[in-house]
Design a protein around this ligand. Structure first.
Ligand SMILES: Cc1cc2nc3c(=O)[nH]c(=O)nc-3n(C[C@H](O)[C@H](O)[C@H](O)COP(=O)(O)OP(=O)(O)OC[C@H]3O[C@@H](n4cnc5c(N)ncnc54)[C@H](O)[C@@H]3O)c2cc1C
Length: 577
């Protein structure tokens, strides 16, 4: 057995962000090793089969990476990736499937549809929709000395150049509701948009994040995503294309290999040490150029690096990081008959469709604030009547047919239904407040059934076989090492966005005072959550600046990227700036 292994780059964690980063670096010709704790890579991009023939995706379900440069840069189609993508797909706010309220489905007027399209850049000439998404998500934060204002923040530059009617200094202070007020009339439609932003992590009522919040919504709807929600083979299939891409370019992936320590010598990250029970015999794996932590920021600093290597004040700031803005309770409903809408929620008779879920109780801002007051304010278990609880649901009819959710004869599975609930760490009744005992879990499952029954007529005992659910505790702690809790895994307000994320001195993915160490997990890096290939792309700019990687002709930098003085520009041909 070899006593020592060496790679150019060692990546800790084989979730979406570690794998994307590995694919970029391996394609650039570096030798790369991914070390993953679990038997299977993909992190929160996973599919599980709790009963034979019943498949669920407990975390990522939708492919929102439509605008990612990674599609052409990594050429995922060569590695088995297929997506039924039609950019002319309608945005699904048609007459039938608008937001749902206690009285039924509310149509979205044509004026409101056009207002929404205008706000996200679909109607400018030429449309700047993709640029707006790329400026928001696929651009690394600027160097710290660049003053951030309406002329330098990338998405403001896109507005200024393409939609001067929206661009003004005030937008920087707006909430998403302020922005929606300019373009949209219907209150339920505004609340619907706000709810999607909230479960994505960028709160619609927080000042200063109007654009990131509306862009969170733009990422999740056509034309940014395929219809149905995910790619062929679904989200774990997308992970497989990424990992195949990395491997095809020479990356080595080792599963069952938990990293216990990042080796640091004289202020430089030189490799990692695996836990003693890791499946790989060689326990020290060295990195010639860089170590990249693609695991949660807190264990990265608290355990893998450890206080011995860190300034006590900095360590305290890591300990104090409040990363969570609410968690999600995810429920899937296994039934004998397909679910049916109640009368006021049915598709029209002329255009019948199967059950497709939707967004409920999007009635008005009072209900919106009532939900948020409980989840974010009091941080208590839900005490809202089930008919006022807000949720979204993706039904099996929206999944790609190449990987149907249910192949068990005589059964149907629909979900997830996801609902915002307090972050377990902050729940005033403790981390296990929703599922300390089986009775607790049964109670919340029953709550989910009651709230879905506001919209669905046949969730009776004869039809319902089982509710398969993930409490926030299960989502965040049962899967060792995988911490999510919201789409973005963070509280996306102004002090957790872009150049502030996760702390201003870490926002360009480097770790100060430890050379050769970089961060790539959703909790540690802009733009964080969602399987967007964004962290890997953004981090590439910084690794090029530091002379770690020199990609080939296929590489292009973000047009809004600002190189750091004295470093090698990530824009091909610019050299040192
Ligand atoms: C409920 C929920 C729904 C979501 N829905 C969507 C969606 O619809 N679409 C979408 O795009 N995104 C969605 N997301 C977000 C998306 O899943 C995450 O943003 C993404 O998976 C984060 O990837 P990551 O690589 O940063 O982290 P993770 O997925 O957390 O991966 C980290 C990996 O590191 C491993 N690891 C941890 N510690 C160690 C160690 N010491 N040594 C070695 N390995 C280690 C873990 O096992 C894991 O595989 C959702 C998230 C949640 C929680």
């Amino acid at each position: 057995m070899a006593k020592e292994e060496r790679f150019d780059v060692v990546i800790i964690g084989g979730g979406h962000n570690g794998t994307t980063t590995a694919a970029y670096l391996a394609k650039s010709g570096l030798s790369v090793c991914i070390l993953e704790e679990r038997p299977e890579g993909g992190g929160a991009q996973e599919t599980v089969e709790p009963l034979a023939g019943v498949r669920i995706q407990p975390h990522a379900i939708g492919n929102y990476a439509g605008a990612a440069p990674g599609w052409d840069q990594l050429e995922l189609w060569r590695y088995g990736f297929r997506m039924d993508y039609n950019p002319r797909n309608e945005v699904p706010f048609d007459i039938d499937r608008g937001p749902m309220t206690r009285d039924g489905t509310v149509p979205v007027s044509e004026a409101d549809q056009m207002g929404w399209a205008q706000a996200i850049g679909l109607l400018s000439d030429p449309p700047c929709y993709r640029d707006l998404l790329r400026a928001t998500f696929w651009t690394p934060p600027h160097p710290s000395y660049v003053e951030l204002d309406e002329n330098t923040i990338p998405y403001m530059q896109v507005y200024r150049d393409n939609m001067p009617e929206i661009w003004s200094k005030e937008v920087l202070e707006w909430t998403m509701f302020d922005l929606l007020d300019q373009f949209i009339e219907s209150e339920p439609f505004k609340v619907h948009q706000a709810y999607i932003a909230n479960v994505s992590g960028a709160f619609a009522h927080f000042p200063g994040v109007a654009v990131p919040a509306i862009e969170c919504v733009a990422t999740v709807l056509p034309p940014a995503i395929a219809k149905p929600v995910a790619a062929r083979g679904n989200m774990h299939g997308y992970y497989h294309a990424l990992v195949r891409c990395a491997i095809a370019h020479g990356a080595v992936v080792r599963s069952c290999c938990p990293v216990e320590e990042i080796l640091i010598d004289d202020g430089r990250a030189i490799g990692v040490r695996l836990r003693d029970d890791a499946a790989w015999g060689v326990k020290k794996i060295y990195a010639n150029k860089a170590v990249i932590s693609a695991v949660h920021i807190k264990p990265t600093f608290q355990k893998l690096i450890g206080p011995k290597q860190l300034d006590a004040g900095f360590m305290q700031r890591i300990n104090d990081l409040s990363l969570k803005g609410g968690s999600l309770y995810m429920a899937h409903f296994l039934t004998k008959e397909e679910l049916r809408y109640r009368e006021p929620f049915k598709w029209s008779d002329e255009d019948p469709h199967p059950f497709s879920g939707g967004f409920y109780c999007m009635e008005n801002k009072e209900i919106y604030y009532k939900n948020l007051e409980c989840v974010l304010g009091r941080q208590e278990n839900l005490d809202i009547p089930p008919d006022e609880a807000m949720w979204g649901m993706v039904a099996s009819s929206l999944y790609d047919e190449t990987q149907p959710q249910c192949t068990r004869e005589g059964y149907h599975i629909n979900g997830p239904l996801w609902m915002m609930v307090p972050t377990p760490q902050y729940n005033v009744d403790g981390v296990l407040a929703m599922d300390e005992t089986p009775a607790d879990k049964a109670k919340w499952n029953e709550y989910m059934r009651k709230t879905l029954s506001c919209v669905v007529e046949n969730l009776d005992d004869d039809n319902l076989v089982e509710i398969i659910s993930d409490s926030p505790w299960e989502q965040e702690f049962r899967n060792t090492g995988m911490l999510g809790g919201s789409w973005y895994g963070t509280r996306c307000d102004r002090d957790e966005w872009w150049n502030e994320r996760p702390l201003p001195e870490l926002s360009r993915y480097r770790v100060p005072d430890i050379d050769g160490l970089y961060l790539a997990h959703q909790s540690a890096a802009h733009p964080g959550g969602l399987c967007l290939m964004a962290v890997g792309y953004n981090l590439m700019h910084i690794l090029i600046e530091d002379g770690i990687v020199e990609p080939g002709d296929w590489w292009y930098a973000s047009p809004w990227y600002v190189p750091e003085a004295g470093k090698i520009s990530a824009v091909p041909g610019e050299g040192r700036v």
